[in-house]
Design a protein around this ligand. Structure first.
Ligand code: NAD
Ligand code: GLY
Length: 361
């Protein structure tokens, strides 16, 4: 079964194809969008050893000439040195303006390979094949590509849309359980920011959601998240306003990731604690009923995600929140909820309240 979600962006529109076992259809789907000739698969060691062979076979059987670049796994791979070495790999593989890049992996590979595609020869097509839950529901959709600098995360990048996205749900079976749970934090986010009934549905399916073999449920859940993201991005591709709602829970989450030392929390774990922070601020500032805040907290707890932050010095957390990319005039801006399914963005949270909430976590 293939569940298709369109992303409507005029001449940059594309389809997200979701299903179990669909990696074998990669070549046919690429050919179907009009891609031709040579391609370079960019992957990491973990994903490449599991899925490169299927991806190469599928692309070759559809007539493509395929090269593969396999990089070390992990966030440190998303850097300038790798970009330059990948340009050389593109040249070695004979890629011209009609050739394309395939990003086979999680958000690290998707962001890096997307940025290489956006900049090599001033831009060649690329295809996203996300293999983590986070990359299926978030990073592979919407065209944000980029790399980290020593000074901070995602500081260089481009908005650059893929030709298609192919999410094979079977790949989630090999994902480390901690990474899978972290992806669920982003799934819950979509219910909070956009779709109350979807949040209710997730609440009723906490147990089944932990079962990566449940392809039917996963297709529905990944599909709904992609529909919401596609809808938001279609209205605000370059984050002039509305797209900021996708950052619910992220301001506090990023600060925690930074203060704890990158690697202590995976991204979705930071988002889980950051979402509790945002929900508690919403009770005070935007009228989120306390009962709805409790439901949000219970959801993350039931999904076995962290909801309590260990004690860090408040000034460090405050300073980390102030250097968030979304800071305006030195003050972090928050996405806050007035109900589950309805949020506003660009909200200020007074410093005393921020401190009080952090200390309550
Ligand atoms: P990741 O790409 O580092 O993958 C996590 C780990 O899982 C890695 O070790 C990887 O090798 C392994 N892995 C991936 N798929 C696997 C599979 N199917 N089986 C076994 N192992 C597998 O992490 P991620 O959480 O996918 O992505 C995080 C990155 O995404 C960050 O750099 C973040 O900045 C970025 N991001 C980007 C956007 C965007 O809109 N572009 C949105 C959110 C996050
Ligand atoms: N992950 C946030 C965005 O795509 O805007």
């Amino acid at each position: 079964m293939l569940y298709d979600v369109p992303v409507h962006l005029g001449d940059r529109s594309y389809e997200i194809h979701i299903g179990a076992g669909v990696l074998a259809r990669l070549g046919a789907l690429c050919a179907g969008t009009g891609l031709k000739g040579k391609c370079l698969i960019i992957t990491d060691e973990n994903v490449g050893s599991l899925y490169s062979e299927t991806a190469v076979a599928s692309l070759e059987s559809a007539g493509f000439t395929v090269s593969v670049a396999t990089l070390p796994a992990g966030e440190q791979t998303k850097c300038g040195d790798q970009v330059f070495s990948l340009y050389s790999r593109c040249i070695d593989a004979g890629l011209d303006r009609k050739s394309f890049v395939v990003a086979l992996g999680g958000g690290v590979i998707g962001d890096l390979a997307g940025y290489v595609a956006a900049s090599y020869l001033r831009g060649i097509p690329f295809v996203q094949v996300p293999t983590t839950l986070l990359s299926m529901v978030d990073s592979s959709v919407g065209g944000k590509t980029g790399i980290n600098l020593p000074e901070g995360k995602n500081l260089v990048g481009a908005f650059y849309q893929p030709e298609l996205v192919l999410a094979d749900l079977d790949t989630l079976k090999t994902l480390p359980p901690r990474e899978y749970r972290a992806g669920l934090a982003e799934v819950v986010k979509y219910g909070i920011i956009y779709d109350g009934p979807f949040f209710d549905f997730l609440e009723e399916n906490i147990g089944p959601l932990s079962d990566v073999e449940n392809a039917e449920l996963l297709a529905r859940v990944v599909g709904r998240c992609c529909e919401i993201k596609a809808d938001v991005v279609a209205q605000d591709e370059r984050e002039g306003g509305l797209r900021a709602i996708l950052n619910f829970g992220h301001t506090a989450g990023h600060a925690l990731e930074k203060v704890a030392g990158y690697g202590e929390y995976v991204h979705g774990e930071g988002v889980s604690i950051g979402s509790i922070f945002a929900a508690r601020a919403s009770v005070v500032l935007t009228g989120l009923p306390q009962g709805e805040c409790d439901r949000i907290e219970k959801m993350f707890t039931d999904l076995e995600l962290p909801v309590r932050a260990p004690e860090y010095e408040w000034p460090k957390l405050r300073d980390a929140m102030k250097v968030d990319k979304k800071t305006v005039g030195g003050m972090p801006k928050f996405v806050l909820a007035s109900n589950i399914g309805t949020v506003s963005f660009g909200e200020d949270v007074p410093e005393e309240l921020m401190e009080k909430i952090w200390k309550s976590l």
